[in-house]
Every structure is written in C-alpha cells, then in structure tokens.
Design a binder for this molecule. Sequence first.
Ligand SMILES: Cc1c2[nH]c(c1CCC(=O)O)Cc1[nH]c(c(CCC(=O)O)c1C)Cc1[nH]c(c(CCC(=O)O)c1C)Cc1[nH]c(c(C)c1CCC(=O)O)C2
Length: 395
Amino acid sequence: MASWACPRPLTASVTRGAFQCAGLPLPPSFRVSWSSGRRLRRGGRSRRRDREHRRACARMAADGVPEPLLVRAARGEPVERPPCWMMRQAGRYQKAFRDLAKQYPSFRQRSETTDLIVEITLQPFEAYKPDGVILFSDILTPLPAMGIPFEIDDKKGPIISDPITSKDQLSKMYPLRLDELQFVGDSLRQLRQRVGDQAAILGFVGSPWTLSTYVVEGGTSAVYSVIKSMMHNAPDVLEALLSFLTDQIAEYIVYQIENGAHVVQIFDSWGGQLTPKDWDRWSRPYIERMIEVAKSRHPTVPLALYANGSGGLLERMKSTGADVIGLDWTVDMADARQRLGPDVPVQGNVDPALLFAGEEAIEEGVRDCVAKAGPTVCYCQEPILLGALLRACVS
Ligand SMILES: Cc1c2[nH]c(c1CCC(=O)O)Cc1[nH]c(c(CCC(=O)O)c1C)Cc1[nH]c(c(CCC(=O)O)c1C)Cc1[nH]c(c(C)c1CCC(=O)O)C2
C-alpha cells in the first residue's frame, strides 16, 4: 500500500510538537500559481479562477482566516510553501497507535468506530502538525454498506469471501446505505472541529476499477487474472459492476465533502496494472463520471487522483478533470512536470524508502522533487522519519 504523502505545495509552520519548522520566508520558487490544465484548455481559466478566488475571499472575509494551505495549493492558488502530509501517517510507528491497536485488534473496529477513528487520525497531527489530516479509514470501508462484506487479515490484507464474478451475484449489491456509514460523517465533522483551519481534512475513496479488483478477485491480487479475463469474457458484468460502484462512490464523495472533507483523494491504486488502452476503457470513464457528479454538487472542492505505477497514464489522468495529480516515485518529477504542463498541482513522488535512509537522504529527495515540481508533495511509507521529512519540506 502506498504510504504517507506530504502532498504538493507544502506549507505551514509546524510550530508545535516534536519539530519546530516555523519562520520560513519562502523561496520565490514556491510562489507559483497552481492552476489546472483542464481549466486552461477550456479557456475559462481566468473567469473560473476569478470566481473561485472571489469565493475564497468571501470565505476568508466571513471567517477571518485563510483556508488551509493544502486546500489553496490544491486549487492552484499561489502558496507560501508546499504543504506536507503523509499517506498512512497514522500507524504502528507511533506508540500511541500500537497501544490502541492492542486494545482494539480488529482493523474494522478501529476504522468503523467514531471515537477511535478521530483519535487515530489525530495522533500524527498532534505529534507533527502535517498540513493534511487523512481520515483513518480504508477504500473498502463503504463496501459492506452496499452488500459486500469484507475482513482484513493481518497477513493477506483485505478478504472478500463472496467475490462477484457473475450477473446473478450483482444482485447481492444494493445502493449505498449512508446511514450505515455514519461513523465516517461523524468523524469528519469532529475532525473539522478539532483541527479548525490549521490543516486540511482529507477524505478518500477507491476508484471503481480499483475497488472492483477486490470485489472480483476476492482480495489482493498479483496478476488480476480473474478481473482481466472478465474484461474479455464477461464485459457486460464488469461494466455493470463498475457503473454501479461509480454511482455509489460518487455519492460517498459528496457525503464526505458535506461532512467536512476539504479535499477528496481518489485512489486508482491499481490503475497502473492496466494497459493505457484498457485504462481508457475500464477506469478512466468511471473516474470521470464520479468527478463530474462531485463537481456538479461541490465545484470548488479539490479532487486529487492517484495511481500506483502511473508513468504510462499521466496525461490521461490529467484529462479526467482531477484538480491534483498524485505521482509515485517511478517517474522523474521533471518529466512529469513537462508532461503535465506547468499549472497542474502535483503531489507525491518522493521514494518512501528514503524514510529508512536517514535525514540527509530525505532532505536530498525532497529538495530534488520540489525543485523539479515547484510546490509539491511527498509520499513515504512507515513514517518513522516524518519529522525529518516535514523539516525538509518547509526549509
Ligand atoms: C492492507 C490493506 C488494507 N486495505 C487495502 C490494503 C492493501 C492491500 C493490497 O495491497 O492489495 C486496500 C487499500 N486501502 C487504501 C488503498 C489506497 C492507497 C494505496 O494505494 O495504498 C488501498 C489500495 C487506503 C488506505 N487504507 C488505510 C489508509 C490510512 C489512512 C492514514 O494515512 O492514516 C489509507 C489511505 C489504512 C489501512 N487499511 C488497511 C490497513 C491494515 C491499514 C492500516 C491501518 C493499520 O495499520 O491498522 C487494510
């Protein structure tokens, strides 16, 4: 699974907690405008950005405080420095998490109980003050609320014991029961209250393709043989599954936004397992539809799109309408920047393994990434050296 990310433009002063990162006059290179290519292409850039800017100013005037750095960066607004957060920033590297996990050994319990979700989500925030606070949850969390139960095995990861591979089995699913996901809405609202405007609250969902890999394969897969056979032998079943998930997950994005998520990440984690041609058929249209639905209801809330191994997909990802493109470390950021154009907000790209290599290596990796991207984000796993990464991002 991917790791912790300190997304794109990073900012902020980490003024409390283990690390003092305040007081940075930001290098001029960070004063970059971050607008999306999509907006530019449609020729509505200045009108739309002006409108968004006016809305942001109105919000500021109303609240007297600017929106969190990460939100402004994700919208393509000029920022004082790149924001920083990590995927998987909550977890076993923290003693507080290990203690809680001893008491509540089931991942589903930890991630489906409001008090635990809020407490775990806030553990890294309280320790390091990252610019993004990602909900402690999983892309599979909404599945039981549409008739697809799952378990998490400590060694094997997610297990769906009754996978869906035929038309008949599709009828087991029902439209998303948001009342069964109240712990998500409750947690997001509490997090907004607890974090205030100090950081962005990040919601997330799986893309229809990526969720389908679990629903069809019954769990993690190495070669995706069942779902890839289905693409050829039962395309109507796969299309029906993807369409169904698209409608439900689009509602789930809207639900997260309406309960307080500042930004929503779409994880097409296994999109890179498809040929680009197959991605155009089996992933892209469904992502686009979800984005359209979310944007029609909440046009100013930024949506970020990430796929593992997305080197073959970057231009395609940009064309989905996502506001921010998340990159893994297998693409050089200079190449990515050239391919995506100067205006698309980006995040990720720093090799998570650097977290095992010490502070100097982290600093070098972050600097290389940020220099090539302009304001950017960094992804890392096992955030043992999160503090070092945060320091590198803000200095
Ligand atoms: C192991 C696993 C799970 N769920 C999943 C896996 C990966 C299995 C595979 O490789 O196929 C599926 C999953 N879950 C998530 C993604 C998307 C991100 C990615 O590409 O890694 C994917 C692909 C989001 C998530 N899933 C999780 C987060 C963490 C949120 C945070 O940063 O705090 C995210 C963004 C949390 C999660 N989710 C799970 C665990 C064990 C944990 C860690 C919590 C713990 O240590 O007990 C179960």
